[in-house]
Design a protein around this ligand. Sequence first.
Ligand code: IDP
Ligand code: MG
Length: 150
Amino acid sequence: MERTLVLVKPDGVQRGLIGEVIARLERRGLRLVAAKFMQVSREFAETHYAIHKGKPFYDGLISYIISAPVMAMVWEGPNAVAAVRQTMGATRPTEAAPGSIRHDFALEVGRNLTHASDTVENGEKEVALWFKQEELVDWKREVDRWVFEK
Ligand code: IDP
Ligand code: MG
């Protein structure tokens, strides 16, 4: 089953949107695997966003992600990476599809509320970076057979 890392970033937490994000992912049919509310250190933020080092928005991005607590989660399901990216919407809120979280709740790329892994490979890496193996809950739902074809 595919897994992806989701963060409700500091702006989403401050604006009281943790529940909104969780509700949308639950309604989509995805299954929660792990969750923790935490303050990210600068060092950890730099590891998570290493791919963006050197870009013009990098310093602002690091300050943003460590400015207040985040809600970190792992969600799973068939095509979880693509499904969650779609539910979040495009990186720039003005380019995000109507009905997506970034469209419905955000205006600026530097305050775009959420993070979601962009590929299956990065999903695996990010889940391993943010969570210990024992924090990942392996469980089934009664409803799974009505959401997952196999
Ligand atoms: P993603 O979060 O949709 O995967 P990335 O391109 O990986 O988008 O960028 C990581 C994060 O960096 C974005 O979610 C956004 O918060 C921030 N970011 C990206 N581009 C810009 C920009 O041009 N200005 C300010 N912040 C940006
Ligand atoms: Mg990204």
